[in-house]
Design a protein around this ligand. Structure first.
Ligand code: SF4
Length: 163
């Protein structure tokens, strides 16, 4: 049975920067939990960032550019926290490789977990196209990343993996 990596905050763990969660109430997710497919993970906490923590955004790029050394993750106080985000992404990838995970459901818009849109680095709530650092690294290794608004699509993808 295929395992699925899921952002810990989507499972109700209070690991977000504001010490809150983003728990998803969804039949599919409950079914996957019952089937013991789900592995929860928070890359930011795993790499050593505290809860709560100062919010951070990717400055001048997205996760792919961070991984290429062409962009940084800066918190709202101006502290460069890029290495935490890269370390967390590498830990997430290692976990996926350990469990042969090919599918992840990650929290949208996060500078780590966002799959397709992130904030623009100006802390003005403006979204741009792009992936967070963990999502980008998983994508680069062939792991399909969905967000919590696309669980039905994730289910179809999972069915295809298990044919
Ligand atoms: S890094 Fe990901 S799992 Fe952790 S709180 Fe942010 S969105 Fe959730």
């Amino acid at each position: 049975m295929k395992k699925i990596l899921v952002s810990a905050c989507l499972l109700g763990q209070t690991v977000r920067y504001d010490a809150k969660h983003l728990a998803v109430e969804n039949t599919l997710l409950h079914q996957w939990i019952q089937q013991q497919r789900i592995i929860g993970f928070c890359p930011e906490v795993a790499s050593g960032l505290p809860v709560p923590r100062t919010p951070a955004e990717i400055s001048a790029g997205d996760g792919h550019q961070v991984l290429a050394g062409r962009a940084s993750v800066i918190d709202r106080d101006g502290r460069n926290v890029t290495q935490y985000f890269i370390d967390g992404a590498n830990m997430a990838l290692a976990l996926c490789q350990q469990h042969r995970i090919e599918l992840a459901i990650l929290a949208q818009r996060s500078p780590s977990c966002g799959d397709s849109h992130i904030y623009n680095g100006a802390f003005n709530r403006t979204l741009i196209e792009g992936a967070g650092v963990t999502a980008a690294l998983l994508q680069q290794h062939g792991i399909r990343v969905f967000n919590q608004s696309a669980l039905q699509q994730a289910s179809v993808y999972l069915a295809g993996l298990e044919k």
